[in-house]
Design a protein around this ligand. Structure first.
Ligand code: ADP
Ligand code: MG
Length: 362
């Protein structure tokens, strides 16, 4: 099926190196696309936060109103990024240190933790933000990933898996957080951006904006429309370039893609995904990208990670359990798997229609 429309946003580059971003920030200050002050144009702005390029498009308000609102969400995104940073010193690393010594610590926004616990349970523990130690062991607690650092030994991996860090080891009382298992180390990398875009869209709404898209490096949420037209987004091809497919969005929706094509380690010719299977302690294999559409960005983010681990054998069961209605998976050979409801929504470019396998309904 051809894509008969112009894409508003191509879900794109996730993690850019710090060096590149320093250059980018200076360019982006000039690159604020203010398409004039009238209400009929799409306002666009890009900035760097959460280790990724974030783009906001807004329709239906003046440039001044959009600017003011965007400033508010930039500050809030920066705050969330700092609070939940898993390796730079942050309130989260303080909490992790406290939990490692059996003490309680503080997390200001416990709603994030509570939602993460619920999604952990719904995903049968495949989405498990308590496995920070394993993620670090695999060398992913770095901005720029090393392709020469040796891989962890199976002994080290098995030792951490045996400690069995679980989200339900964590007890929350007001803002006090305590883990009954000292091996619990929180890492919200699979979830924070989805949660953050939910909060950003909510803030925009509170500031009187009804039509917007926010795209935080492959984690996208939209609301409303551009006048009479729906927002249309492009999902990046996991090969790294071009568009895999386009989707027309209906009101408030989030489209989140987890992939092994942006953030991975390549060691001696083998690629290791940054998504770790908590059951084995090894990187997930077999799928290059998983896209989920749901109203909640937090849910879609957690689900895209969990389904990557569930793989082709188990994605249906986990998606159903998590209440997900739209899924698209791409395996390492480029074959696309979709449930029938998703098949109706994704349009593939005429010049590059992949092999598509439509599953049973979810
Ligand atoms: P992407 O960055 O491609 O959107 P994800 O949303 O799946 O990917 O997030 C991957 C990140 O989540 C990893 O870099 C790591 O910090 C964390 N992570 C890895 N494995 C898991 C897991 N099983 N459960 C929860 N978080 C994970
Ligand atoms: Mg995710």
């Amino acid at each position: 099926m051809p894509v008969p429309f112009i894409l508003d946003i191509l879900i794109q580059t996730k993690f850019l190196t710090k060096t590149f971003m320093k250059k980018f920030i200076s360019i982006s200050i000039l690159f604020v696309l203010l398409l004039n002050g009238c209400t009929q144009q799409v306002y666009q702005k890009q900035f760097y936060v959460f280790g990724t390029l974030v783009g906001v498009s807004i329709w239906g308000v003046s440039t001044e109103e959009a600017d003011t609102a965007v400033d508010v969400i930039i500050k809030d995104l920066q705050l969330m990024h700092h609070q939940w940073h898993a390796w730079d010193p942050s309130p989260l690393t303080d909490l992790n240190q406290a939990m490692a010594t059996g003490k309680s610590g503080i997390l200001t926004d416990t709603a994030l933790l509570i939602q993460a616990q619920q999604l952990y349970t719904l995903s049968d523990g495949l989405f498990n933000p308590a496995i920070g130690q394993l993620i670090s062991l695999w060398g992913f607690h770095k901005d720029d990933l090393s392709h020469t650092q040796a891989l962890p030994s199976q002994k080290q991996i098995s030792a951490l898996v045996a400690l069995n860090p679980r989200m339900d080891d964590i007890q929350i009382e007001n803002n006090q957080v305590l883990s009954h298992n000292r091996a619990v180390q929180l890492d919200f990398g699979a979830f924070a951006k989805g949660y953050a875009i939910d909060r950003a869209i909510k803030t925009l709404r509170q500031l009187g904006i009804q039509n917007a898209i926010i795209n935080a490096g492959g984690n996208l949420k939209a609301m409303g429309k551009k006048g009479d037209t729906s927002w249309v987004i492009g999902i990046r091809h996991p090969s790294g370039s071009g568009i895999l497919g386009g989707v027309v969005l209906n009101g408030e929706e989030s489209v989140i893609t987890s992939g092994n094509y942006e953030r991975f380690r390549e060691y001696q010719g083998v690629r290791y995904s940054h998504i770790i299977d908590p059951r084995t302690g090894n990187p997930a294999k077999g799928l290059s990208s998983v896209t989920v559409i749901a109203q909640s960005g937090a849910l879609a983010d957690a689900a895209s990670t969990a389904l990557t681990i569930a793989g082709l054998k188990d994605w249906h069961r986990i998606a159903r359990q998590m209440g997900i209605k739209y899924v698209m998976l791409v395996d390492d050979a480029g074959i696309v798997y979709v449930n029938p409801a998703m098949a109706k929504r994704v349009q593939f470019p005429a010049e590059q229609v992949p092999t598509i396998v439509v599953s049973e309904p979810l």
